[in-house]
Structures are given as C-alpha cells and as structure tokens.
Design a protein around this ligand. Structure first.
Ligand code: SGN
Ligand code: CA
Length: 517
C-alpha cells in the first residue's frame, strides 16, 4: 500500500501490478500464430502465449470498433453504456476502469487509436488518433491538441508508448498504459520494410470462400465480399499513374497516398507499380480474379500485422530491460475479430465465429501459468472488472462483466456459461442487419430483426464454420427450446429488451437523418 507522505517513516513500496493493455484494430485470431492457423508468424504476440495464457474462445459483445472500446472501458454492454454503434456519440462522463484506477493512485495513459469522440477521461496523459487515424504521417491529439507526426502510424504509436514509459510516467506509481494500434484496419497499408513479405507465397482462400448463404438471408444481404465489394484501387492499391482504373473509391485512396512524403511515395511506387502493371496486363476475371483479390488483400493485411507484432516485442523488451516484467500484467487483444475470406468476406459485425471471437492473451508471471490454453467464454466485457480485481478495487455492481483473474491463475475453471451479443449498425456500410444472440458451450442462437425476423441456430461442434442453420430442423427441437429460454433469461438479467432495440433504432435513424444520411 502507498505510504501516507514524506514524513511517514514506514513508507512502503507500492507493489500493485502495472497494466499494459495492448489492443489492435481488426486483428483476426486466425492471424496470430499462437492460434495455430499457419497464415503468418507473430513471434512477439506469441511470447505472451508462451509465457502466459491464451483464450481460445474469447469474444466481443458487439463486433465493431467504437462500441467494443466503450464496452471495454465501462464493463457494460452497449445497451447500458449507450455507445451502440460507430456513428452516434460516446459519453465520456460515465464511469470507466481507467478513472477507477486513477482514483486509487495509478498513473494512466492512453496512446493510439480509441475512436471515441471527445477528450478521453480517466487518463493523466492521452495521445490519440482522431477517429480512424491515418497510416502515414498521422495526426495525433496530445491531451487535446492536434499535431501531425511524421512516420508510419504503428511505429509512431509504439515510439509514443515507449517514450511515455521511459520519460512520461510517474515512477512512484503503478501505471496503466493503454497502447492501441490502428493496424491492421482497412485499408491495410503496410510499413515499407514489410512490402515484400509473403511475395513468395500464394494463399489459398478458406474452404467456404464461395459460400452461397443458403438458409442465411442476412448473410446473403452482406456488402463485404472480397470478390464483389472490394475496390481494386482503394482496398487493393491499384492506383495506376495513368488513371485508367476508375473505381468508386479511387479518390479516397488517392488522399491516403497523398499523405506520404516523396521518399515514402517512391518506396511505395517501387513496390506497387510493377504489381499494377502486371494486373492491368493480365485481364483477370472470375475465379482467377477472386483469388488474385484474396491474395492482394491478405498479404497487405498480414504485412500490417507484422509491424504491430514488432511493437509488442519492443514493449516486452522494455519491461524486461527495466525490471518491470514480473510485476506488469500485459494483455493483448483486438477490438474484434475479422474475416480473412471465410464466407467470402472481409470486415466483421456478424455474430459468426470469425468476427465474434477475438484474440486474447495475458501474461503476468506472478499469477498466470505459462503456456495455459483456456476455453472459458470470456468477453471484452470482462476486461474492466478483471483489471479492477488485479488493482484491488471493488467491482461496481453495475459493471456487467466478470473478473477472469481466478480463471487465469488456475484457481477455478468455472466461468459464465454463455456469451451474449448485440449488433445495431444498420442500415450502414457493409449492410449487416441488426441482430442479437447467445453462444453457449456448443451452440449459437441468433435473431436478426428490424427488416427481417429470422432465427439461426448453429451446432458449433458439428458445424464450426456455421454453414448449416439448423433452426427448426428435426432433431434440434429440445436444444432450440432450451436456447430460447436461456436467451430470454440472459436478456432479462442484463436488462436488454425489444423495447430498447426499438429505441436504439429510432435514435439511430433520427441521428442519421440529422446528418443528412
Ligand atoms: C470504416 C471502414 C469499414 C469498417 C468501418 C468500421 N471503411 O468505415 O470497412 O467496417 O470503418 O470499422 S473505410 O473505407 O473507412 O476503411 S471499425 O473497426 O472502426 O469499427
Ligand atoms: Ca475494429
């Protein structure tokens, strides 16, 4: 505990653990090598798995950026903290776990992407990207003041974090550092040193890349197909100097390209121009074009992750070099998962596994057994209460998550037997309909509503890639009834309802109208 002041002869060392909460944006667990999918190598994130614990089934409560961040900060579901979608404003005046840590003497900092409007509250220091931020020469808002910083966003964010650890923090206090990368968010612009990584590889799309969405009308309504919806210039970087590839979003990518300085542009062109030339000459169509698009996408996506992984390594090295590695809890996660071609998609939003789940790893040698793989149904909702628990703070009654401290310490295997999910941003980009649902150990029940009134049921043991909606099918009547009952109980317990959904919908439509959308 902290001493009472300078005159306190018995002043004791404050040995409460430090917390580094690392979050990237749209980082699919399929693209963390510790998860074993064989796509790429993330040796530094994997260090957390080797020296700590990896959750195999961690999920989010609402698979989209700003709402996920609001859930993490408040420990409350979207319908309680009010930030239900990316579009409507966030209320920083409400309680969050950083405020709670700050009040008990933690030194707190937030660095990188946060995607919540307004000056962050709960932090002694903040240096954040405005909105989505930019990959090259990004603007940062340092304690409310905007400045452009030259360089590549992932390395700039890492440098800022290291600088705060080294020179910015109060060394007499335990610290909370929220270190949040923009990468690998769309439009997946890699750092120069990784341009050629994977050049010697051809990636095969997942088995359900050509999904026909049979029995899943909401999935069929999507606008997130790699083949159908990716823009050749904007997403796949075919910004030809001749200006012949005229696509819908060409000018937006031009804007991103124009942020680069001459040296950055020269390096970019040296890599991409030959690919553009080859692409134009090849005149690809059909399946060939689909595979080309998939490869173009996945390579830039994975390259963007490589710089994120480097940053994790730099922070871990810093902790070790400064004797902070034993008493610092390090968590790595993403604001949600992402589709890497599963169902033919990129993006997220759906409650299907690839975007519902998210990577989650935790290292804390004092309590976490090295190499543990845990399959409890933890969610991003549980992060705030877990951190409060580690800091010795009582978890407020209105926080809806649960601490998973005792699970990672091996003290118990018991945890919540379900994960609850809500998604609200529709009509909007990518056209994912409103839905909510529940996942249990073996099953998932989803209800799409508003324009549709449609139920889906998956047996995740029989059908892990969720291709077969067994709702209403023979043999599932008992399971289905039990899941409906469970879903109703869970909604009641969390305080969610159809009436709330109606209210969110009306506010959303009203807000969109007021913005002329
Ligand atoms: C942007 C992206 C979308 C993405 C949303 C939400 N378009 O609008 O593809 O779904 O963000 O992402 S972009 O053209 O601007 O890149 S989130 O992670 O911030 O929720
Ligand atoms: Ca995101």
């Amino acid at each position: 505990m902290v001493g009472c002041g300078p005159s306190d002869e018995l002043q004791q060392v404050d040995d409460r653990p430090n917390i580094i909460f690392i979050m990237s944006d749209d980082h699919a667990y399929q693209a963390v090598s510790a998860y074993g999918h064989g796509l790429n190598n993330t040796p530094n994130i994997d260090r957390l798995a080797k020296e700590g614990a990896l959750f195999t089934r961690a999920s989010v409560t609402n698979s989209i950026c700003a709402p996920s961040r609001a859930v993490i900060l408040t420990g409350m579901h979207s319908f309680k903290n009010g930030k239900v979608d990316n579009i409507q404003p966030f209320n920083w005046d409400q309680e969050n776990f950083a405020k709670a840590l700050q009040r008990v003497g933690y030194n707190t900092a937030l660095i990188g992407k946060i995607h919540l409007n307004g000056l962050p509250q709960g932090f002694d220091y903040s240096n954040v990207l405005p909105g989505q931020g930019s990959y090259y020469n990004p603007d940062f808002i340092e304690n409310g003041e905007t400045k452009q910083i030259p360089g590549y966003v992932t390395t700039v964010t890492t440098d800022l974090a290291l600088d705060w650890l080294e020179n910015g923090r109060d060394e007499d206090k335990p610290f909370l550092l929220m270190y949040h990368q923009k990468a690998p968010h769309r439009t997946w612009m890699p750092e120069e040193k990784y341009f050629t990584l994977f050049d010697d590889r051809t990636f095969e799309p997942p088995a359900n890349f050509y999904d026909d969405y049979e029995g899943r009308p909401a999935a069929a309504n999507h606008e997130m197909g790699i083949y159908e919806h990716m823009d050749i210039v904007y997403d796949l970087k075919m910004l030809d100097k001749e200006g012949e590839l005229k696509t819908k979003y060409r000018e937006y990518f031009q804007g991103r390209y124009d942020r680069m300085d001459d040296e950055q542009k020269a390096a970019w062109d040296a890599y991409y121009d030959p690919i553009i030339k080859e692409f134009k000459a090849a005149n690809l169509a059909g399946k060939e074009l689909a595979h080309w698009k998939f490869n173009r996408y996945i390579k830039d996506y994975l390259r963007s992750i490589q710089s994120v992984d480097d940053g994790v390594g730099q922070l871990l090295d810093f902790l070790e070099a400064n004797g902070l590695d034993e008493n610092t809890i390090v968590v790595y996660t993403s604001d949600q998962g992402f589709y890497l071609g599963e169902h033919g998609w990129f993006d997220k939003r759906f409650m299907y596994e690839e975007s519902f789940r998210t990577p989650l790893l935790i290292r804390y040698p004092k309590e976490v057994k090295a190499g543990a793989k845990l399959d409890q149904l933890v969610q991003n909702l549980d992060i705030a209460p877990t951190f409060l628990d580690y800091a010795g703070i009582d978890i407020p009654a209105d926080m809806q998550g649960e601490s998973f401290r005792a699970v990672v310490s091996g003290e118990t295997e018991m945890f919540r037997d379900h994960a609850y999910y809500t998604y609200y941003e529709y009509p909007a980009e990518h056209s994912v309909m409103r839905h909510y649902g529940i996942r249990t150990d073996q099953y998932k029940l989803i209800h799409f509503y508003h324009d549709l009134d449609y139920w889906e049921l998956y047996d995740l043991e029989e059908d892990p890639t969720e291709m077969d909606n067994v709702y209403g099918k023979p043999g599932y009547a008992i399971v289905q009834a039990a899941l409906h009952k469970k879903l109703e109980e869970v909604r009641l317990a969390y305080g969610d309802s159809d009436e709330l959904n109606e209210g969110h919908l009306n506010r959303y439509l009203e807000y969109q109208r007021s913005r002329g959308r």
